[in-house]
Ligand binder design. Structure first.
Ligand code: HEM
Length: 459
């Protein structure tokens, strides 16, 4: 009888190292000169697009793959097939990312010639390695779902979200490789923005939401969901596909804007269903009475469970205040949805807004996804490795503070209208310094997270 595979912590270590030494360092290296008024690095476009790709596939991608390869088989109650492939997926994607980054940063410095052609070839091969890694991952997921018991209903509510995630991974990796065959590797890849949108619409939000639905009732004690998210998933998927089609074909602007507004509204409705806002503002007692009923609360008080555990949670505090990271992640997600609605309305009306796509995208990628990873990693991963708690609870608080400082610094200076600070140039100057330091705050948070997980896994 095949057994479940143990948790592959190498995915988490690799994602963290790629983030610290790769994606976030590149981001910090671009943001610093912008914030402090220094010269931008040469071949700026290579820095930007390599930063984006490393963050998406290396940081968030490897984290998601590592966690899902452990979580999904247990969720559908079938051991993962072809378990030997898990290590190959990690090797292929990581090797691809490292070789491609090295080659892309060397090519612009070379004269046209044999070495340059060789490196261009290497870029394509490494994008191919990434593609094979992603393909094998999707293959494993599809095989796993095919083997799930026929009468298994647990997946149905969130199935569309997982289908979107698998499709998004494959589409992202495929378009990423194809563009290196069509365009000059030394130039700005024209599909970068589109592939980023594909990754965050089809992969990141669906998987983050599906995991939240499955884990929050246990982690932050919210009642199990009575609604099915199936039709929300379908509506979200159709709207996302409409937006993505708009990137390939000229769609009427109104249709694109409407699809984005619909996506944002679905996100807000889903946040409402997660009951995070009442969880944040109501006392544990009131929350329990409202959503579980007074009898349940009294039973828990009688059995001693309510006072033994941390009020409002099932844990005893051994994971620190991880919920702060989850709450702030979802607050950033709500802000993202609000900003996207404003941006879309401005596309079809005379409304003028003072910010572009970039800060809004980072509200989602840094504010929502990265803080959610910080929170989930510190709450969930010790259990995956049968550890009773975290090595340091204090670090959880520091990752919350530094993570939010990084998000605020990264997005506030770009979101605040210039005219608000025009009269006080010092405020603008300090905001820009904060922007310049945002990458360093994030790197510090990541190093603390790495130490905390490493000491926890070893302990
Ligand atoms: C504090 C941390 C971060 C800093 C300082 C930072 C900085 C930057 C900067 C300066 C740009 C270029 C903006 C422009 O040219 O308009 C950029 C683009 C981008 N960033 Fe970040 N970033 C951070 C975190 C993240 C995270 C966590 C992700 C993803 C998970 C991410 C994904 C991207 C993407 C996809 C792009 C666009 C790439 C492209 O256009 O090809 N960033 N970032």
């Amino acid at each position: 009888m095949p057994k479940h595979q143990s948790f592959q912590k190498s995915y988490i270590y690799t994602a963290l190292w790629l983030a610290i030494l790769g994606g976030f360092s590149l981001g910090a290296h671009i943001a610093m000169p912008m914030g402090f008024g220094w010269n931008l690095p040469p071949f700026y476009h290579i820095w930007v697009q390599t930063h984006g790709h490393l963050q998406l596939l290396g940081w968030t991608g490897l984290f998601i793959i590592g966690v899902s390869l452990y979580f999904m088989p247990r969720f559908v109650k079938v051991p993962l097939p072809y378990q030997f492939l898990t290590k190959w997926i990690l090797i292929l994607i990581t090797t691809g990312l490292i070789i491609k980054t090295g080659a892309l940063f060397t090519i612009p410095y070379l004269e046209v010639g044999t070495i340059q052609s060789f490196l261009t070839y290497l870029v394509r091969v490494s994008a191919g390695l990434e593609w094979i890694g992603v393909f094998l991952y999707v293959f494993l997921l599809v095989t796993l779902f095919k083997r799930k018991p026929r009468n298994y209903e647990g997946l149905k509510s969130v199935q569309p979200f997982f289908v979107l995630m698998a499709t998004g991974f494959l589409l992202y990796a495929s378009l990423h490789i194809v563009q290196y065959f069509i365009y000059d590797a030394a130039g700005r890849m024209p599909w970068s923005s589109m592939t980023t949108d594909i990754f965050f619409m089809l992969v990141l939000f669906p998987v983050a939401f599906a995991f939240s639905v499955r884990t929050f009732p246990l982690f932050i004690q919210i009642p199990p969901f009575r609604v099915s998210f199936f039709w929300f998933g379908i509506a979200y998927g159709l709207s996302a596909v409409t937006c993505i089609t708009g990137a390939f074909h000229d769609l009427p602007l109104q249709l694109d804007a409407l699809a984005k507004i619909l996506i944002s509204c679905i996100i807000l409705i889903l946040i409402y269903h997660l009951k995070l806002i009442p969880k944040m503002i109501l006392s544990p007692r009131l929350f329990m009475i409202r959503y579980y009923g007074e009898k349940y609360l009294n039973d828990r008080i009688d059995s001693g469970a309510f006072t033994r555990a941390r009020p409002g949670y099932y844990d005893f505090g051994q994971y620190g205040r991880f919920e702060l990271l989850i709450f702030s992640a979802y607050i950033w997600l709500a802000i993202f949805a609000g900003l996207e609605i404003l941006r879309s309305v401005s596309q079809i009306t005379a409304l003028s807004i003072p910010f572009g796509h970039d800060p809004v995208r980072h509200v989602f990628l840094l504010g929502f996804i990265t803080l959610l990873i910080f929170g989930m990693a510190q709450r969930m991963l010790p259990g995956f490795l049968k550890k009773k708690g975290l090595w340091s609870r204090r670090i959880v608080g520091w990752t919350f503070i530094l993570g939010n400082l990084a998000v605020l610094g990264r997005v506030l200076p770009m979101l605040i209208p210039q005219r608000w600070v025009a009269g006080v140039p010092e405020v603008h100057q300090w905001l820009m310094y904060w922007f310049g330091m945002s990458g360093s705050f994030a790197i510090l948070a990541l190093i603390l997270l790495l130490v905390n997980l490493w000491r926890t896994f070893r302990g």
